[in-house]
Design a protein. Structure first.
Length: 441
């Protein structure tokens, strides 16, 4: 436990002490150097359009067998949930169906977790699964539901091991006012909500007269989608009517970063947009919006294919931390606040593309800005969870900051995987943050 403030070294004396310690060579005073720029994340696979359309055919069959729709409170909706859940269970997801009530009828949300990843960094992708009562809802929103399902199945086929924890959701009763997604978000304690790094929403992504719209919410998510489309030479526009119009609003309203894609509903495509994207000017993006003609014939295959691949790109890219190609240094420069006298926090570096185990002299460069560093305990945690103590707490070490390079015998550990720096402040007063840290093989 640190001494009371009055007995602490004054700032000037603390600084002198820190410099003296550095000069003895006990603590490396060298600031971490820039490492190789992170390479692009592992490339996402192509999402087979035929697979996505096969899900749409199933949704169509379900609607046809259940009064022509898949609406909340109707048998066609629950049958849709059962179809999607069965596919996910067979693919190794941990699924759960949660219920809520709307309009006197029971509603259902389907949540699917991909095992693994950092539980403190959740990336979620979702789509509403319900249709309006007037039709089968194949574009609205079988298209989003099918593309998110097929992306999840692609994660399973790849046995992806992303840095973040991947979660997928299919919402009930969106058409009644975002009811299912609101119920889900409201069921999350604040501590859980804070773990979401983002929610990606896909509602109407195969419109027959398509536009290519990107939600203008979280900048990093927006850029991820825009970069994808720029990469395939397709211009995009910002979705201007999206706020509040679909399930991402439920997440945005509690401060979770959101983004998504949209190909248009009842609004009319302009001449300029027809020039840009093809299709028919003066006609709605989806003239069967909320109508009985929203069937499997109401889909533009090119739009559905492009958007399905864009979803996979976003999940692979946003789900992984900075992946650095084989080489010497793997670094994370994101700041992570260390709660005063609180729970440990972690910062992750994903190592991929190496072979064998880590070296017996693995260098761990640490840069933590923190007054009275004696409060801090610092560990390196290997991908299999083995912890290596780098620094113990000390009631007498009143100097600021931990800027040091430690050498760890990590030869018992596989090189590839998510390595974590774990930092805990075990004494009240004095706060700080992880500025950056680096592994050098
Ligand atoms: N409210 C959605 C359709 C919709 C209309 N505008 C947007 C913008 C962004 C996403 C979706 C929509 C529905 O009918 O399900
Ligand atoms: Ca594809
Ligand atoms: Zn709708
Ligand atoms: Zn919709």
């Amino acid at each position: 436990m640190n001494l009371s403030r009055t007995s602490r070294l004054s700032t000037s004396r603390r600084t002198v002490a820190a410099v003296a310690l550095a000069l003895t060579g006990l603590v490396s005073a060298t600031a971490p150097t820039a490492s190789a720029a992170p390479a692009a994340a592992l490339a996402a696979p192509d999402i087979p359009l035929a697979n996505v359309k096969a899900h749409l055919t199933q949704f169509q069959s379900i609607a046809t067998a259940n009064g022509g729709n898949r609406a909340h409170g109707r048998p066609g909706y629950k049958a849709s949930v059962d179809y999607v859940k069965a596919k996910l269970d067979a693919a190794g997801f941990t699924t759960s169906v949660t219920t809520f009530t709307s309009g006197g009828a029971t509603g259902y949300n389907l949540i699917a977790d991909w095992p693994g990843g950092d539980p403190n960094q959740i990336l979620m992708a979702g789509a509403h699964l319900d249709s309006v009562s007037s039709g089968p809802g194949i574009n609205d929103n079988g298209s989003g539901s099918a593309a998110v399902l097929e992306t999840a199945l692609a994660v399973s086929r790849a046995q992806l091991k992303p840095t973040k924890h991947l979660r997928f959701g299919w919402w009930g009763a969106e058409e009644l006012g975002l009811v299912g997604s609101k119920a889900y978000v409201n069921s999350l304690p604040a501590t859980e909500r804070s773990k979401f790094s983002g929610y990606l929403n896909f509602d109407m992504i195969g419109s027959p007269n398509p536009g290519y719209f990107v939600y203008d919410d979280d900048p990093a998510i927006e850029k991820t989608f825009k970069d994808y489309y720029a990469g395939i030479g397709v211009p995009t526009e910002i979705e201007t009517e999206g706020d509040g119009r679909s399930d991402h609003a439920s997440f945005k309203n509690v401060g979770i970063p959101v983004g998504g894609l949209f190909t248009g509903a009842s609004r009319t495509k302009s001449s300029a947009q027809a020039q840009k994207w093809g299709g028919t000017a003066g006609t709605a993006f989806d003239r069967c919006y909320h109508s009985s003609c929203d069937t499997t014939a109401n889909i533009n295959d090119t739009a559905l294919d492009r958007n399905s691949d864009a979803i996979a790109h976003a999940v692979w890219t946003l789900g992984s931390g900075p992946v650095v190609p084989p080489g010497d240094a793997y670094e994370n420069t994101a700041d992570v606040a260390v709660p005063d006298n609180g729970a440990a926090v972690t910062s992750t570096v994903t190592v991929a593309g190496r072979t064998g185990n880590a070296p017996a002299a693995l260098k761990v460069g640490v840069d933590i800005k923190h007054t009275w560093r004696g409060d801090l305990v610092v560990d390196l945690v290997a991908p299999d969870g083995t912890a290596y103590r780098l620094k113990n707490s000390s009631s007498s070490d009143s100097a600021d900051n931990v800027i040091a390079t430690y050498t760890v015998d990590a030869s018992a550990e596989a090189a590839n995987g998510a390595w974590k720096l774990r930092v805990q402040d075990i004494a009240a007063q004095d706060t700080g943050y992880v500025d950056s840290w680096k592994l050098t093989f």
